[in-house]
Design a protein. Structure first.
Length: 309
């Protein structure tokens, strides 16, 4: 009985916050609300936002918290049905044909049925998500959907409408229980309204200073508190600068971890210059912050923290 309960969706928004918090994911109330509703209404959850703000981590946290398998489909340009849904194991099929010939079998229909059977079917993420093999449906993460083309998006719309796919040789495979679907996009292109309408939507923004500090205390507990406060304040101000790519929460965590590994207790211009590669990922951004801009930000951060006591 206890094992069954761990698979159940939370009963309230507060329970959802607690559930994610147990996996070290600190969700604000608005995000927890849409996650709760998506679970209760059995609707896909469409998460949009900048890279590194924690969209993918929501799916991972839910899978762990609900004790469900996580199936991740990483999207990319050129993703097609054979990579996303299924394909046939051609080497094994050829081997079966040769074995049949060696055994003197000439029943074509029987051989063909053997070739296109479940044992030769290679299940890719979509089919894995619909073919529930355990006692509960999985969490199905469709990551960075904006990297695919519109043709694949249209196919996915059909899959999410009925939670089924048709394999010509085997027929239609339908999910006994719809998976928990999390779709993420970095908004490099717009996703069609038809797909969004089938989902509950939420924009995942950068956290404020208090929330980012709480995240660091969870994720990098070994970091000195004073250092964590400087790191958070510095990153918060850095996001106000016109950079090519602002640092996300993932980069904040990496930077705090790197500084801790270097036994730093506080920020200084030399340390910032030496470790910017863990925080910023474009040379133009790094060059700009290594100059006077970075020193100005650090001076402001230290003055504000001193004034705050």
């Amino acid at each position: 009985m206890a094992e069954e309960r761990v698979h159940q969706v939370p009963a309230s928004i507060d329970d959802t916050i607690d559930l994610l918090g147990q996996q070290n994911y600190l969700a604000g109330r608005s995000l927890a609300t849409v996650v709760f509703l998506a679970l209760r209404m059995k609707r896909p959850l469409f998460l949009e936002g900048e890279a590194g703000v924690g969209k993918t981590e929501i799916a991972k946290a839910l899978a762990k918290a609900l004790h469900r398998p996580l199936i991740r489909m990483q999207c990319y340009e050129g993703l097609d049905i054979s990579s996303a849904v299924y394909e046939w194991n051609f080497p094994a099929q050829m081997l079966d044909i040769r074995l049949s010939e060696a055994a003197g079998l000439d029943d074509r229909e029987r051989i063909e049925a053997s070739l296109y059977s479940q044992r030769h079917l290679i299940r890719r993420p979509v089919l894995q998500a619909l073919s529930q093999e355990g006692e509960v449906a999985p969490v199905f993460l469709i990551d960075e959907l904006d990297r695919t083309d519109e043709a694949f998006e249209a196919f996915l719309l059909e899959v999410l409408s009925d939670y089924q796919v048709t394999i010509p040789e085997l027929g239609t495979i339908r999910a006994a229980e719809p998976p928990i679907v999390i779709i993420t996009t970095n908004r490099t292109r717009e996703i069609h309204d038809a797909l969004k309408r089938r989902c509950l939507y939420h924009w995942v923004d950068y956290p404020d200073a208090a929330q980012e500090m709480a995240i660091l205390q969870r994720k990098v507990p070994q970091a000195a508190e004073a250092l964590s406060r400087e790191v958070v304040a510095y990153v918060q101000k850095l996001r106000m600068v016109d950079l090519f790519k602002n640092p996300g929460v993932a980069e904040t965590i990496d930077w705090a971890t790197a500084l801790t590994e270097l036994d730093r207790l506080a920020l200084d211009p030399e340390t910032i210059a030496d470790t910017l590669g863990t925080l910023l990922k474009y040379q133009d951004d790094i060059a700009r912050i290594k100059g006077g801009e970075g020193a100005r930000i650090l001076s402001e951060v230290q003055a504000e923290l001193r004034a705050a006591g």
